[in-house]
Design a protein around this ligand. Structure first.
Ligand code: GLU
Length: 510
């Protein structure tokens, strides 16, 4: 029987999640759900120096906002928990013994100064290989160079040490990446990575491999930045006798900055003014960076945007619901090359997903925004206005931006537009239109349209309609004018035109 597909999202709670990390999370989730498998969340919190206490709650909240519920995780628990590595530290110890006994790992007592000196020597010699390696290991303070009695004595006396993996001298490590095919790495380019740190905690590499094995992870889907670590992980599987159970690897290509030059970073986000965090993040210096949530992006738009940023459905479909993405997703259609991050595409998806919902869905946003200005539209009014403006909305806040003119009378009119379009002819037309409106008994789209046509009768619309719009809303652009008037109602429509005409004639009189 095949093992159940099991994937994990394994963030280190050392800061905010980055949008690239969210894409990794999403691909893992989509894959698990598509396969009817298990998606687990594991906190890789063994790096005490970089740990930020609020980061775990931030990650949990981000997943919650995205609507992603892990099948197992720190909050949910699960068969192979705990899912916080800091709660599993005792467990890692037992796997060091077979590595030490087999000569695959060793104790190293080098101080920070000695390691720094080694690095400098390597740099001076312009060594291209890793620093603590098969050659340099022979001149450092470790259980290969020191007598066994000293090693025992130093350990007993509490002298700080780390445990390193003994990287084979000249070997080629081969592993298969589902996206990249066979990857070959020469061990000469790798160093003796630390498995257990001086504080007694495992490093990322060690804990990650043990947990993937114990949690029966079948697919490791992660960012390309972890590709160089994979040979070490492969060796750990081999030395621990777990090679047959090794997960399949998928290393996702990088997200690039909008100009395509280099990896997408927080700096680009600041430079171009777009978010890179899913939800707002408060840094330790108390500055807050808004996330996609605060900027008004919908979770389903972020799913859709990120899903297509490195994966394609094999046809021209672009807009997907969450369910449709799960249905369509496959690892085979992941792209091999890095993708440029384009915020205008994210905006486009947001717009599509806003348009897809019935207007009634947005009434809450509209009413909340209106209430901030002490305006309290009824549910019916709000639905009607949201329906009229919806086609122009990209973010939920746009409902009020576009719709506030139904409540707020224009205070000023655009001088440029007036200069271009306001003349005796448009004035006469507007007056005539206003008078015709008074006589209307049925206030409907068709009667309004007829009235407009009968007043205009072959006159240039291009001059008149902008003036009418300006009179009604004080704006140069907006939704369909007939819909605006229908929604404003007779009284307000009349009043707005009337005030406009009054103001214009005042100006001319002066
Ligand atoms: N803890 C690692 C990270 O922060 C996990 C990498 C992996 O998926 O193996 O991204």
């Amino acid at each position: 029987m095949h093992p159940t597909t099991t994937v994990r999202f394994a963030p280190s709670p050392t800061g905010a999640l980055h949008i690239g990390g969210i894409r990794t999370l999403l691909y893992n989730y989509l894959f698990a759900k598509k396969k009817g498998g298990t998606f687990l969340l594991r906190m890789e919190d063994t790096d005490k120096k970089r740990l930020i206490p609020s980061a775990e709650a931030y990650i949990t909240e981000s997943l919650h906002w995205l609507g992603i519920v892990p099948d197992a995780g720190p909050l949910q628990g699960g068969k192979y928990g705990p899912y916080r590595q800091s709660e599993r530290t005792a467990l890692y110890q037992q796997y060091l013994q077979p590595l030490l006994a087999g000569g695959y790992a060793y104790y190293a007592f080098d101080t920070a100064e000695e390691l720094e000196a080694l690095r400098e020597r390597m740099q001076a010699a312009k060594a291209t290989t890793a620093s603590y390696n098969a050659v340099s290991r022979g001149v450092m303070k470790n259980s290969f160079t020191l007598p066994a009695s000293i090693v025992t004595e130093w350990i007993a006396s509490g002298k700080p040490y780390v445990i390193r993996l003994k990287m084979p001298h000249k070997e080629t490590i081969r592993f298969y990446d589902l996206l990249r095919g066979w990857v070959k790495v020469e061990t000469a380019t790798l160093d003796d990575k630390v498995l257990l740190k001086a504080d007694g905690l495992p490093t990322y590499h060690f804990a990650n491999v043990i947990d993937d094995y114990l949690m029966q992870v079948t697919h490791v889907i992660r960012g390309e930045e972890w590709l160089p670590s994979t040979p070490l992980h492969v060796l750990l599987y081999r030395y621990l006798g777990w090679e047959a159970a090794m997960p399949q690897f998928v290393h996702l290509p990088l997200l690039l900055s909008p100009d395509g030059k280099g990896k997408l970073s927080k700096r680009h986000a600041d430079q171009y003014g777009f978010p890179v965090f899913p939800i707002a993040w408060e840094s330790e210096d108390l500055t807050v960076k808004e996330g996609f949530r605060e900027k008004g992006y919908l979770p389903e738009a972020i799913w859709n945007f990120l899903a297509l940023l490195g994966w394609n459905p094999g046809n021209s479909q672009e807009v997907f619901t969450k369910e449709a993405l799960i249905e369509a997703f496959s690892l085979e259609r992941l792209g091999k090359s890095s993708v440029q991050f384009d915020i205008t595409k994210a905006n486009w998806f947001n717009r599509q997903h806003i348009q897809k919902q019935p207007a009634v869905q947005w009434v809450g946003y509209f009413q909340t925004a209106a209430a901030k200005e002490h305006i309290y539209p009824s549910e019916t009014e709000a639905i009607a206005i949201c329906t009229v403006v919806q086609e122009r909305v990209t973010f939920p806040e746009d409902f009020w931006k576009e719709g506030s003119c139904f409540f707020l009378e224009p205070l000023t009119y655009d001088a440029n537009l007036l200069q271009q379009k306001w003349n005796k002819q448009t004035e006469a037309l507007l007056l005539c239109f206003m008078q015709a409106l008074v006589l209307l008994t049925k206030w409907e789209d068709c009667t309004l349209k007829q009235t407009l046509q009968s007043v205009i009768q072959g006159q240039p619309l291009a001059a008149f309609l902008p003036i009418l719009r300006m009179a009604l809303t004080g704006r140069k652009t907006g939704p369909d004018l007939i819909a605006i008037m229908r929604c404003m109602g007779k009284e307000i429509t009349y009043k707005r035109i009337h005030s406009f005409l009054a103001q214009m004639s005042n100006q001319t009189a002066r």
